[in-house]
Write a protein that binds this ligand. Structure first.
Ligand SMILES: Cc1ncc(COP(=O)(O)O)c(C=O)c1O
Length: 281
């Protein structure tokens, strides 16, 4: 596997992480994961915009190679030969002797690599089971930072209970899930948490918000409770890997009829249509 290291492509063996890289010691860094469909980067501009925003919020200077990042990612994709997969991009504050405060001199380190990935069609078609758990994360999860322990522990809990996602609840409000945004439909209203410091503004979420215009659903961006969630007709999650994925069971209770709902399926079709539009046949 080849790695983009700042503005150079090197082999994985030569892409060394310094023991005092602040990403490694403090999780002091940010990342993005972007989907590649048929050799094309999906929603590149939106991901880049979010990466730049995360850097700004954490006061990480943009590293060497940022101005030619898209070109370098395309080179990396070409070299990897991957047509369907994902690209992971990470920027850390850089290397310096370990102190909590920002170092006076440190060059941020950018790394990126490409991986092959299939669309998870089984989950997309049949839906997934989720659990609910307390949202124990910090109060700036709008920043896509490397600090993911709250997410990791929640996902682990889900997996241990035979589910594939953990829906996070702060107080009694559903925020998002461990690695996805949550949408819930009741009647003709589609509820999702507003974008603020309590959720990551998912790129797939943004796409779905646009796609909702092609349905009879009204978007309601408002906090809702776990109790309300359990009474919804349909629930689905969105992220870069799972796209639009039905949630058919939460905490061992069926949602609706326990099968992917009508509107979720409509949105999935709209998402597929968008992909077909983007990918030249
Ligand atoms: C906590 C969290 N929320 C939401 C998302 C969805 O974001 P996106 O649609 O940009 O993949 C992710 C993606 O990894 C995530 O980790």
């Amino acid at each position: 596997m080849n790695i983009l290291l700042n503005d150079e492509i090197v082999s994985r063996e030569n892409a060394m992480v310094d023991i005092e890289d602040r990403g490694y010691q403090f999780g002091d860094g940010i990342y993005e994961m972007i989907r590649i469909y048929d050799g094309l980067l999906f929603e590149w501009e939106a991901h880049l915009e979010r990466l730049v925003r995360s850097a700004k919020e954490l006061m990480i200077p943009l590293p060497k190679g940022m101005e030619v990042l898209q070109k370098n990612i395309h080179l990396l994709m070409k070299e990897s030969g991957v047509l369907n997969g994902s690209v992971y991009i990470q920027i850390t504050r850089g290397v310096s002797p370990r102190t909590h405060h920002f170092p006076e001199i440190a060059d941020p380190v950018l790394t990126a690599y490409v991986r092959e990935m299939e669309r998870p069609l089984e989950q997309i078609r049949n839906g997934i089971k989720a659990i609910t758990t307390e949202d124990i994360r910090w109060l700036r999860v709008d920043i896509k930072s490397l600090n993911l322990l709250g997410n990791v522990l929640a996902k682990q809990k889900a997996v241990e209970q035979g589910a594939s996602e953990a829906i996070l609840v702060r107080g009694d409000i559903v925020t998002e899930a461990s690695s996805s945004n949550v949408f819930a439909i009741r009647g003709q209203e589609c509820f999702t948490h507003p974008t603020n410091q309590f959720i990551l503004n998912g790129i797939t979420r943004q796409v779905v918000v646009r796609l909702l215009e092609s349905t009879n659903l009204t978007l309601v961006e408002t906090p809702f409770t776990k109790e309300a969630l359990m009474e919804m007709d349909e629930v689905f999650i969105t992220n870069t890997g799972l796209e639009v994925c039905p949630v058919i069971e939460i905490d061992e209770q069926l949602i609706g009829d326990g099968i992917p709902g009508y509107y979720t399926t409509q949105l999935q079709k709209a998402f597929e249509a968008l992909l077909l539009e983007l990918i030249p046949q």
